[in-house]
Design a binder for this molecule. Structure first.
Ligand SMILES: Cc1cc2nc3c(=O)[nH]c(=O)nc-3n(C[C@H](O)[C@H](O)[C@H](O)COP(=O)(O)OP(=O)(O)OC[C@H]3O[C@@H](n4cnc5c(N)ncnc54)[C@H](O)[C@@H]3O)c2cc1C
Length: 411
């Protein structure tokens, strides 16, 4: 009764994408998804602030792969088979239209993740994929004969609701430590998990009350070699925005090692050096001699941020440009280009967060996403040590892995 051709453990993004593609390619296959929760696709539902950032408008495989701090090298090949353009076409062919936002992120035109969830659920139904919720997988293995020869390929999968068997097993359990332990038992090595995609907690007078202010910047983490650039957003607890999120992803391991306590240096003028900033300030001094520097924001800075940096440099509103001393100008040029802030902890980025860590990528064939340690065992999504910066890339990893597994199993 509980025998299937293919069992997929984990009813998330990667699990459903694998199951549907498999069923579409080969309707004869008996497929089931085993999900521990009472609902499936829970992360898809809450993703992208409830809108589901499905993928990203980046259509060059090499450029796309650069968005993955872990997985860059390994995903390049798979992206030549299935990537963003294929994702857009896949959903469109199944009645889901996606739109591109200014920053390249792609969402369903409905602006609702329910569109993606409904699409998956109805396709699973249509193809008679058995979706078994409240089935927590507790153990996976095979009989001794199989372990020795791996010629017969029958897995057993023990769940909270009974034992299942299958010929081919797909693990798409995301970042569940218990499943990593289980996969370790089957011979894999696991890179320990640390959070990625988080924002920085900073208490500092210079950004107090400036929540909502955004500016393109470059940022360095002092003491370790991490640098990024892009928009920075001041929040009521510190700093967020793409520039910070990129740092949190690329520096996920380094920043965990120092317990999220470190100093950053922000260049609010992005590409200008301190010397260049000083020169520009001297020109402003000449041009606006009779005005207070507080009256108008300069150098493309949002006014509240400009005024706050003036105060930090010791320039009070009563002072006129003409009265600014050399040392005040120097101090202001430093505030503009080398502002230091103390980061004390991190906060969750509500729109998207992922875990860095998982199955060692050396143990996976990236043409098929099959394990090198166990024949007929396939792995996709966050269970692997792959994660991306924010923007729809994490789902793209799940879609690509799921698609390639379906191709491989049916070939
Ligand atoms: C709040 C939030 C918002 C996000 N927004 C975005 C976004 O907009 N765009 C984007 O690209 N990425 C986003 N992400 C990241 C994205 O959700 C993940 O990268 C993606 O869901 C990974 O897919 P997956 O199938 O590997 O894992 P999951 O989606 O986590 O699915 C794993 C499934 O396995 C099940 N499972 C685990 N253990 C067992 C077990 N023992 N037995 C049975 N079932 C089990 C889990 O219950 C779960 O349903 C977001 C993440 C979060 C947390």
């Amino acid at each position: 009764m509980n025998r299937f051709d293919i069992l997929i453990v984990g009813g998330g993004a990667a699990g459903f994408f694998t199951a549907i593609n498999l069923a579409e390619k080969n309707p004869q296959l008996k497929i089931a998804i085993l999900e521990r929760g009472k609902d499936v696709l829970t992360k898809v539902k809450i993703s992208g602030g409830g809108r589901c950032n499905v993928t990203h408008a980046e259509f060059i495989p090499k450029e796309l792969s650069k968005k993955y701090p872990r997985g860059e090298k390994e995903l390049l090949g798979p992206f030549h088979t299935f990537m963003t353009g294929d994702t857009i076409a896949w959903f469109e062919e199944r009645g889901v239209e996606l739109k591109i936002e200014e920053d390249g992120r792609m969402f369903p035109v409905t602006d609702s993740s329910a569109t993606i969830v409904d699409c998956f659920i109805s396709l699973a139904k249509k193809h008679r994929i058995e979706v078994l919720t409240n089935h927590a997988v507790q153990d996976v293995g095979f009989d001794d004969a199989f372990a020795k020869a791996q010629t017969t390929n029958t897995f057993f999968v023990k769940t909270s609701k009974g034992v299942f068997t299958c010929d081919k097993l797909v693990m798409t359990t995301g970042s569940n430590p218990k499943m990593w332990k289980l996969l370790e038992k089957l011979g894999h090595t696991i890179t320990n998990a640390v959070p990625s995609l988080f924002t920085f907690n900073i208490k500092d007078k210079r950004i107090e009350g400036l929540m909502g202010v955004a500016k393109d910047v470059t940022i360095k983490v002092l003491g370790i070699k991490q640098k990024s650039e892009g928009p920075l957003l001041i929040t009521h607890w510190g700093m967020s925005g793409p520039a910070i999120l990129k740092l949190s992803a690329w520096g996920a391991r380094d920043l965990a090692a120092i317990n999220y306590k470190f100093d950053i240096q922000v260049n609010w003028l992005q590409h200008y050096s301190q010397e260049e900033a000083l020169e520009m300030l001297m020109e402003l001094k000449m041009a606006h001699a009779k005005q207070s520097p507080h009256t108008y924001a300069q150098l493309d800075l949002p006014k509240r941020l400009w005024q706050s940096l003036l105060i930090a440099a010791g320039v009070q509103p009563v002072i006129k440009w003409a009265e600014l001393t050399k040392s005040q100008l120097q101090s202001l040029s430093r505030e503009l280009t080398q502002s230091r802030y103390k980061v004390d902890g991190k906060s969750t980025f509500k729109e998207e967060f992922v875990t860095a860590g998982g199955i060692n990528l050396k143990e996976v064939h990236f043409k098929t996403f099959e394990s090198k340690k166990v024949n007929h065992l396939y792995l996709a999504g966050e269970v692997l040590n792959i994660d991306a910066i924010t923007g729809g890339f994490n789902f793209q990893n799940a879609w690509t892995g799921g698609y390639l597994i379906a191709q491989a199993i049916d070939s």
